[in-house]
Design a protein around this ligand. Structure first.
Ligand code: PLP
Length: 718
């Protein structure tokens, strides 16, 4: 890859702004921009999986010339381009209206992964998608966020399932030159913007800027000729390559990220570390201040006053920790530049009651951030319990960790058909009502038949998509009918369809529904009121128990006893996730409480009026209101949790879910079910959008930091 080679596709002059539109990911949630690319070449739009840049590089020049003369195309084009250029100004945003008079310093947001669109595969799952939604909502609201992440040229991994159901992890190289990324050069024209020392040698850091509406994301890239081959490889894969490699990636993200922001002349007034991977950002800022002559304690106080740490993992084993030797090998004697000794530095990552040979990244983050939060109400409480050892002598309830419940980006996750329905019902400017939760009550008066019709269309799109995927795979390599069936070809658009799309981590219990196979089978193959289930999800490449669980589900999908009522779809990523959350009838979520930090896919489903059935964990603990879906309530102390939850799941399906779905009026509309759908939509619109989440971050954390009022909570005392 040569950075200078970023080719602009040939475009007729009248429509050469298409490149500008395609290189700002704002198109990905702008309905009109999407309509424009669909109009440009509908089959290509479909074949590129909605990737305008790929589309512009392959579209027939004759087609471009025709569009450049087509008044209908040009009208839409002019409108989309004008809108995009108008986002250059913040004047009419929520931020501009509510926060006048701030001095314009941005908020820096650091995260190891960003999930914005399937054409930029630099995310592995929930954390990345959340970070992507965070940036999009900040753009909408005009919040001056600048984000920092890492570029991975092999992304995460593509999932292929072997015929025996074992997951294979394949790479699909991703070429940044083909993605909506803009390479930045150093002030002297060199291909790097910063240099970081690690393992005793310098790493040069190149930068790609990705535009997400108003928000820039600076993606750091170490794959430069200037670097040692071992360091070039840091930019290849997400969460792979063992602890030393991950540690160095985190060092590049944290230290390199701060230096890159300095190189592009940004001076953030608030700093947000999203998960422990980003914690070294705090260390670098302390080092900067000490280098400028500020004493260490005062430097820490200032960094704490302007920093927020968000934790996403409720399992201690899921937190990043490294041995002290690994840390020293990576960082070198950075403590000398911070004005402290090695022992004091290592103590920043210390947890008194845990393994003393380890350096814990979240502990570092909590010592150097004035605020910390979990991502749902129960996860806040669980985090206070997990981290209480850092504040010995305090009661758990007094541990200074709060929560901001995650939310999802409406324009990304709500289908266009559903939006069009709301245009008609709430008025075309309902998007502006997002800041007024009361407006959502009106969705309860949507016409039942119309809402049901829209849902049926979305379900048909999902089933069509599933069959097309299966058709291709069959033609390519499958020879046995079982595989074609298991990929969902026998799915029936009239049957109650349950969706289960998530990572195959054991606590998510994707096999729980198979616990009593006879009872499940009765539900699935009932001749009058059958049920079908669509599964999808990846297991972490190193998670053997997760892969085993996946294999089990895969084999059930090929089991003739279940008559084609269970499907497993390969390679769960954003595009497929969209299809699933928009098209199923019911979203199923079975985490073992309190292991789910938040869980956002149920919110995405609800934005499409798809109700959820879930254990009362993560956001559902706050979100379930008795009307918008179903909840599996905890059994009494001492019962076998899995047995209890499975029993409750079957009972709810048999007694409530299935009867409600199949109870129809004279027009064939399930009125009781549609009522659940409306409540699902209302409750998520009111309380679980990313806009609400960002407003909470702004009011609770970003503003106090920007106004320099943010002294922060009491630091850990241990
Ligand atoms: C939303 C999403 C996730 C996270 O879903 P959870 O409900 O938190 O498990 C993971 N992967 C993709 C592709 C998503 O869109």
């Amino acid at each position: 890859m040569r950075r200078s080679q970023v080719a602009t596709p040939y475009l007729p002059e009248r429509i050469d702004g298409l490149f500008e539109i395609a290189t700002n990911l704002a198109w990905s949630w702008d309905r009109e921009a999407r309509a424009l690319f669909r109009l440009l070449d509908r089959p290509l739009w479909h074949l590129t999986r909605h990737n305008p840049l790929a589309q512009l590089r392959t579209v027939d020049p004759g087609r471009l010339a025709a569009c450049a003369r087509d008044p209908k195309f040009l009208q839409l084009y002019d409108h989309v381009l004008a809108n995009l250029r108008a986002t250059g100004s913040n004047a009419f945003t929520w931020w501009a209206r509510t926060q006048p008079g701030l001095d314009g310093r941005p908020i820096a947001y650091f995260c190891a992964e960003f999930g914005l669109h399937n054409s930029v595969p630099i995310y592995s799952g929930g954390l990345g998608v959340l970070a992507g939604d965070h940036c999009k909502a900040c753009s909408d609201l005009g919040v001056p966020l600048v984000a920092v992440g890492l570029l991975y040229t092999q992304g995460y991994f593509d999932q292929r399932i072997r015929l025996d159901g074992w997951q294979e992890d394949t790479d699909e190289r991703f070429d940044p030159v083909q993605a909506p990324l803009e390479p930045l050069l150093g002030s002297g024209g060199e291909p790097y913007l910063a240099v970081v020392r690690t393992a005793g040698r310098p790493i040069h850091i190149g930068v790609w800027r990705m535009r997400v509406g108003r928000v820039p994301i600076y993606l750091l890239d170490t794959n430069l000729e200037e670097n040692d081959p071992a360091d070039r490889a840091l930019a290849s894969r997400l969460y792979a390559g063992g602890p030393e490699m991950r540690l160095r990636q985190e060092w590049v993200l944290g230290v390199g990220g701060v230096r890159v922001l300095r190189a592009v002349k940004l001076d953030p007034g608030a700093w947000h570390a999203n998960e422990g991977h980003a914690s070294f950002m705090l260390v670098e800022r302390v080092r900067e201040l000490v280098a400028a002559g500020v004493p260490y304690d005062e430097a820490c106080r200032r960094v704490r006053g302007t920093s927020l740490f968000t934790t996403h993992t409720p399992v201690p084993a899921g937190h990043d920790a490294f041995s002290l030797e690994q840390v020293e090998a990576c960082t070198g004697p950075v403590w000398e530049e911070m004005g402290i000794d090695r022992a004091a530095f290592m103590r920043l990552g210390y947890i008194p009651t845990r393994d003393h040979g380890q350096f814990h990244m979240p502990a570092l983050a909590m010592r150097l951030s004035g605020h910390a939060n979990g991502v749902s109400k129960p996860h806040g409480a669980e985090s206070r319990r997990i981290w209480r050892d850092l504040w010995p002598g305090r009661r758990t309830a007094e541990i200074p960790i709060g929560h901001v419940t995650n939310g999802v980006h409406l324009a990304t996750w709500m289908s266009h058909r559903m939006m069009a329905l709301l245009d008609n019902h709430l008025g075309a400017d309902w998007g502006n009502l997002l800041e007024d939760p009361a407006a959502w009550a009106k969705v309860l008066t949507l016409d039942d038949e119309v809402l049901w019709f829209v849902h049926k269309e979305l379900k048909a799109i999902l089933i069509h998509f599933v069959r097309e995927q299966a058709r291709r795979r069959w033609a390519d390599e499958w020879k046995e009918a079982a595989h074609v069936v298991g990929a969902g070809t026998l799915l029936d658009p009239d049957v109650l369809t349950i969706g289960f799309g998530r990572r195959f981590a054991t606590y998510k219990r994707s096999t729980l529904i198979f616990r009593d196979l006879d009872r499940l089978r009765k539900l699935l193959v009932d001749p009058w009121r059958p049920v079908q289930i669509i599964f999808s999800g990846k297991a972490h490449p190193e998670d053997e128990p997760g892969k085993k669980m996946l294999q089990e589900v895969y084999q059930f999908s090929r089991d003739p006893q279940l008559e084609g009522r269970v499907a497993f779809l390969e390679d769960y990523e954003l595009h497929l996730a969209h299809r699933m959350v928009q098209g199923v009838d019911l979203w199923l979520n079975l985490p073992r409480p309190p292991m789910e930090a938040c869980g956002t896919s149920g919110m995405k489903a609800a934005l499409n009026a798809v109700p959820q059935l879930s254990t009362l964990d993560g956001w559902w603990f706050e979100g379930y209101d008795g009307l918008n879906g179903w909840a599996i309530k905890a059994g009494t102390e001492g019962v076998d949790e899995d047995a209890w939850d499975a029993g409750e799941l079957y009972r709810l399906l048999e007694d409530e879910v299935v009867p409600l779905f199949y109870e129809r009026d004279a027009q064939g509309v399930p009125l009781g079910w549609v009522a659940k759908m409306k409540h699902a939509l209302k409750s998520v619109g009111e309380r679980f959008t990313a806009h609400r989440m960002i407003q909470e971050y702004v009011r609770g954390y970003y503003l106090p930091a920007l106004r320099s009022e943010g002294a922060g909570d009491d630091p850990p005392t241990a």
